[in-house]
Design a protein around this ligand. Sequence first.
Ligand code: UDP
Ligand code: MG
Length: 407
Amino acid sequence: MNATQKPYLSIVVPVYNEEENVRPLYEKISTVCESIGVTYEVLFVDDGSKDNTYEVLTELRESTPQLSIIKFQENAGQTAAMAAGFEYAQGERIISMDGDLQNDPADIPKLLLKLDEDYDLVCGWRKERQDKFWSRRVPSVIANWIISLVTGVAIHDNGCSLKAYRSEVIKQVPLYGEMHRFIPAMSTIVGARIAEIVVKHHPRRFGTSKYGLGRIWRVILDILAFKLIISVFARRAAPESNTDSQQSYHKHLNPSINSYRVGTLLSLPIFVLGFFLINHDINSAVSFIALGVSVIFISLITGWSLGIAQTCVADLSPLASFFIHRCSRRPIRCFGPPGVLLVLIGGILIFIFPFYGQIVLSIGIFIFVFGLFGETISYANATRVVDYKVDIFLDARDEGKSVDNYY
Ligand code: UDP
Ligand code: MG
């Protein structure tokens, strides 16, 4: 492959503190790619590792022309690392996989063959998953079941990173937060045709897993946020639209109307709750009606913000700009936990001081809903949400250049 030629296949590998894994993994990947005879590049995305991962990679790069390294300034998470890899990938076909040798590069040819059967995305299914039973496999089965139910995309193993994509399709799917677990469902927004095949899975030999039980809670919040996003955005596009421009999914939106509808729907359970709790007490009734009305109000502002955010890049509405630039974390991460906490406190308080209990409960629901709306706004702007900062980009095809302000 010379400097101007684009490779056929790009392999994207996010790595965070995987110093012992990157070299054997690269060797396995290159053996497989050489055996199937395609031109390829391997993009390791160093997600702000604190060990010697970057040093090992740069050393490896000296003897291997196919290796590109994207180094983040700081840890931005697996999704951001995957998003950066997809952004920089030059191949017609892309494979993503973990950098800890748990996925097996030997599955790459199988995934590519399946993709050639006219699919846009082929997901790996770790049927014989080699992870802990209670903390990993059980939560994963439940999460996948709920994700299938909520998104209508029946994939057994959303969390498996080993996937194959048509480049033009995955590059259209905005990824942010921890949405790498929702890639199949996200891809349906741009009309992707999805298949899955069983892949191998190995226990981790070197290094440690980067996730603990806290992931379960974050996935629950993500499922809720995702449901809302899907309701607002998923006017599922026809597969032909895959060839459209990067913005094709925007055509399927009518955010003002949809978010108003979603807002109204969300306020319904609050009214129902109010109905059961009122007990002819006018004070309680007033607090719930006020809450329901404010939810509708927020939904209208959201619709308006989304409309402005999509049509006018420079001048974001104050609410959109708050969610995108002022929130230090994703809106659901900022507002979800305090919202849930207040709901719990309010739920207990209601038995002792019904009136104050209701107020606390209402504020909790309000904060939670506010976070959910922030999520839809962030999603609409995902292509402009700076999730990661690239420190150095060493391209396989040239001497390497420093990228200070990628955005
Ligand atoms: N990873 C990353 N950034 C993070 C966390 C993880 O790039 O903040 C990478 C990690 O190095 C690995 C992959 O994502 O290559 C999957 O992580 P891990 O193996 O810890 O997840 P598990 O297999 O336990 O689900
Ligand atoms: Mg792993």
